[in-house]
Design a protein around this ligand. Structure first.
Ligand SMILES: NC(=O)c1ccc[n+]([C@@H]2O[C@H](COP(=O)([O-])OP(=O)(O)OC[C@H]3O[C@@H](n4cnc5c(N)ncnc54)[C@H](OP(=O)(O)O)[C@@H]3O)[C@@H](O)[C@H]2O)c1
Length: 258
């Protein structure tokens, strides 16, 4: 499988590359600057990948990269959601461009692409309700535009998933090169609602109850960039349909061992 990694110079992107290589997947890195990417990656990794320079807001550039290199899958890590609701970023325009490129390329190759997008914890539903976490914790609201768009796309057009982590910290400032065929054991995952959500009796207290439950839970969902990179790489390597057309929450399984 050939995977187009859009935003490969970012915190997650540079960790996704060695994770994919460890699963024997071919990497096409889509970046604004090839020299920046080569400065971030050890030559032993950089020499194994193909690099395409382009702007992730250009659907035509992404589509060309997909078709020129015969990509089967995309991981979009490009763009960074604005934290505050009154701020904006390029992320919604980038997601729109990736969706258009994947749709058109999928039609041309007569086979839908597998695409992972990045959202945030706020997109997950609060268990037992139909409300998203972002309704009570109004940060990174730009991801709402992305999920609204993705929900209109059937799996026969794009086999999409959106990973919804909370903060992702580096396990190491050094780039860790995973062992071949690494495992995704580091994360527990679930669709629609976050894994390991803790319920509290005061959830039923009007207005303030759900707000406090969300606050009490939110800090439990920090994960590592390396584990999220490995989770996506492993899913592509396995080729399962488990997360297709779903929002996916993750939880650091090491917490249960601590
Ligand atoms: N980090 C977290 O804790 C966290 C938590 C939840 C969700 N997320 C989401 O996960 C994604 C990845 O996060 P991150 O921390 O890896 O972000 P990041 O380090 O800021 O990386 C963003 C990447 O996007 C690239 N980019 C931006 N605009 C572009 C454009 N027009 N064309 C091509 N590339 C472009 C940047 O390239 P340049 O190097 O050229 O600037 C950079 O490689 C983001 O969407 C973020 O919202 C992050």
């Amino acid at each position: 499988m050939k995977v187009l990694v859009i935003g490969a110079t970012g915190n997650l992107g540079i960790r996704v590359i060695p994770a994919l290589l460890s699963h024997n997947l071919a990497v096409i890195a889509f970046v604004r600057s090839s020299s920046k990417l080569s400065s971030l990656l050890p030559s032993s990794i950089f020499d194994q990948i193909t690099v395409v320079e382009g702007d992730a807001m250009s659907a035509d550039s992404i589509k060309s990269a997909i078709l020129d290199h015969g990509c089967d899958a995309i991981i979009n890590t490009a763009g960074l959601a604005a934290m505050m609701p009154w701020k904006s970023s390029d992320l919604p325009a980038i997601v729109t461009a990736v969706v258009r490129a994947a749709t058109e390329a999928g039609q041309m190759r007569q086979n839908p692409l597998r695409v992972w997008f990045l959202g945030g914890l706020g997109l997950m539903d609060i268990p037992g309700t139909k409300s998203m976490i972002v309704s009570y914790l109004p940060v990174y609201r730009e991801h709402l535009k992305d999920i609204a768009l993705l929900k209109t796309i059937p799996s026969k057009v794009i086999r999409w998933s959106i990973l919804c982590p909370s903060y992702m910290n580096p396990r190491s400032t050094e780039l860790i090169v995973p062992v071949k065929g690494g495992t995704s054991a580091g994360l527990a995952a679930s669709a629609t609602v976050p894994p390991h959500w803790k319920d509290f009796w005061f959830r039923r207290v009007p207005v303030l109850g759900p707000f406090i439950v969300v606050l009490a839970n939110a800090s439990q969902y920090t994960t590592t960039l390396e584990d999220n990179a490995e989770f996506i790489a492993n899913d592509l390597a396995v080729g399962s349909d488990e997360w297709v057309c779903k929002k996916v929450g993750v939880w650091d399984a090491a917490q249960s061992k601590a």
